[in-house]
Ligand binder design. Structure first.
Ligand SMILES: N[C@@H](CCC(=O)N[C@@H](CS)C(=O)NCC(=O)O)C(=O)O
Length: 329
């Protein structure tokens, strides 16, 4: 078994000169596909999704699984919220019994204790990072993909033969909106989804200043898009992948990113009425968003795993509440 060149807890890979955070590309990028002779064809019960409730990238895949009605087709295991020396770990049976309120799954599927065990089963000489989400193929005992942007796409395009009539053909990337979605995804990824990490993990003042400035410029831009939208969503009346990809960052913003990643120029609840309304509509009204949002995992993971940012692991009590009620201004 090889070990990665870096320590797991050095997962904040920053450029030592500029102090900028660099996210590593994903290593497993196969697809589930309906094409004849596909290596990974869609099958009920064959694939298993490993996630952390804390992770915004994993959160997209959980939301998509719910929206597409794939709960009986693809199983899920949730890792413990703490990311430690050996990476993500699964909960023990004792933990699950002792703390039923903390949803951690003992890993009964493969018997693994750590997520990395799956990576080594799939590729014994693997030397990349062990990240969530990870989509596992139970039949071939291997990893199909650990890239959330690709997993969400094939979840809603390739499983149509296995979902209820009402979900067949449901897509979050409709032909006529593709251009708009692609365009949004590009800058939202760079400056918002990954932007909060660039701010939080910067090790030089200038890298932090640049990331936070771009992040808030983008939030201002999103506020305007939502204010001018002719529906409840970023691209109007239809919920798309752009909403699915933005929500996990916005719902974590006030509870974690404002203080932990120092993204504190403004807050969603006080300063962005249109984004705030959009987020609460998704959370309170659209099945799949609230069910997959776990503030306990979110707050504990960031504040107790990133010892380089918060060495004593104290989790702030506020803001209270994690998310405001539906109808407050
Ligand atoms: N590009 C990946 C990024 C996934 C990712 O970075 N996940 C983080 C959690 S938020 C992780 O598992 N990190 C563990 C590590 O790097 O050791 C995706 O979008 O799927």
């Amino acid at each position: 078994m090889s070990t990665p060149s870096q320590k797991i807890t050095d997962w904040v890979s920053t450029d030592s000169k500029s102090g900028e955070f660099n996210r590593k590309p994903s290593s497993f990028c196969d697809l589930v596909s309906r094409e004849p002779n596909a290596k990974f064809p869609p099958e009920r019960g064959r694939y298993h999704l490993y996630v952390s409730y804390a992770c915004p990238w994993a959160h997209r895949t959980l939301i998509t699984r719910e929206l597409k009605g794939l709960q009986d087709v693809i199983g899920v295991s949730v890792v413990h919220w703490h990311l430690g020396e050996n990476g993500w770990r699964f909960g023990t049976i004792e933990e699950a019994a002792e703390h039923p309120e903390v949803t951690v799954s003992p890993e009964t599927n493969t018997g693994a204790s750590f997520l990395r065990d799956l990576y080594f089963k799939a590729r014994p000489d693997y030397d990349g990072r062990y990240t969530v989400p990870t989509l596992w193929d139970k039949k071939n005992k291997t990893i199909v993909s650990n890239e959330s942007s690709e997993i969400i796409r094939f979840l809603y395009t390739e499983f149509d033969d296995l979902v209820d009539e009402s979900r067949k053909g449901v897509t979050y990337y409709p032909e006529e909106l593709r251009k708009g979605i692609d365009e949004l995804n590009e800058w939202v990824y760079a400056t918002v989804n990954n932007g909060v990490y660039k701010a939080g993990f910067a090790t030089k003042q200038e890298a932090y200043d640049v990331a936070v400035t771009k992040l808030f410029e983008s939030l201002d831009r999103i506020e305007k898009i939502l204010r001018d939208s002719d529906g409840s969503y970023l691209l109007g009346k239809i919920l798309t992948e752009a909403d699915i990809r933005l929500y996990p960052t916005i719902v974590r913003f006030d509870p974690v990113y404002v203080q932990h990643f120092k993204c504190n120029l403004r807050m969603i609840r006080h300063d962005y009425p249109a984004i705030h309304k959009w987020m609460r509509h998704l959370y309170y009204d659209v099945p799949g968003f609230k069910e997959t949002t776990n503030f306990e995992h979110i707050k504990k993971h960031y504040t107790k795993s990133h010892s380089q940012i918060n060495p004593k692991g104290i989790t702030p009590l506020g803001p209270v509440p994690d998310i405001m009620p539906k109808n407050t201004e």
